[in-house]
Design a binder for this molecule. Sequence first.
Ligand SMILES: [Zn+2]
Length: 366
Amino acid sequence: MNQGGKAPRGTKNGKPVRTVAAWGGLLVGAAALAGVVATSAAQAQTGADPAPPDCPPEGAAARLAEARRDDGMLSAEQAADYDRLLREKLRHQQAPAQSADGAAVPLVVHVVHAEDGTGDVDDGTVQEQVDVLNKAFAGGFAGADTGFSFDLRDVTRTANDAWFEDFTSHADEARSQLRRGGAETLNLYLVNMGEGVLGQATFPQEYETDAAADGVMVDYRTVPGGSRENYNLGYTAVHETGHWLGLFHTFQNGCDRPGDYVDDTPYQREQSSGCPEGSDTCPQRGADPVHNFMDYSDDPCLNNFTRGQARRMAEHWEAFRAGGDAATRLSPPGDPGAPTEPRSPDQAPAPAPEPAPAPAPEQPAG
Ligand SMILES: [Zn+2]
């Protein structure tokens, strides 16, 4: 099945379900993968309409709650292509990574806010978001310790009404001015995504052809304590960072092989909304992973990554991100408010992912 089928606003139980792509060369369904990652963001944006224009005010809150996190919706062909690129990269490595133990990801947060201060997420809240990222990837809520940690290197703040009011249209401009580091650096943009999509991310496979777009953006109201009801624990950033490290949705490919290419996340026919505990939508064994960060459940429902996902993220890290240019390293930790002068290459040591010893071939099952 074509899970990423062109359905910007499918319906489920009579409610709209957000399935939009618009970021960094990803295009929902369609024939976007001609060049795998060569599609421009501009083209992608023409294929998606993140803001439903005719939404009646009645039921708006419910609709907002239904609007899930992002693009990251891939067709079966796109997912297969991305997996093929991963396998090609890993072919030359003797011992595929089993975990990312010790991989400290340099993190730069970019706050884009209105000139009147709307959206100017304060430093304390930025730190809370970083703490949530670290806790989630360490298995601190539930599930696997992925081995990834995130090291906040800098926070930039940009007051720009045009960017704030329509970030998608200005994304290329904004990112080209703001983005820091190489493939190994997570650039997290806190922006106004409008009323629909909560976040978007690029996949590691896209870095080579569109480095400037690399990163994660989330709506500023999804940060811990934000005003997005049901989506304000900071888990949108966790979900999007999962994509940034190569994960597909748990419902990728629905009940069809190879699912999400992770063998310890049960098959799932479609994205969850709310928290449908006990839901089991596919004939294969296992209930839907509604608590997995890569599903679309409400924030309070989410709590885990699996070991298989941890391994797959480690593989992507090793294949696409860890070997990044050492000259792009940022300033030393402990200086989050530093101004943005050019960095010296030898200021900070590289986060070196440790090769994992015991290879155990992953079964791309689902
Ligand atoms: Zn997603």
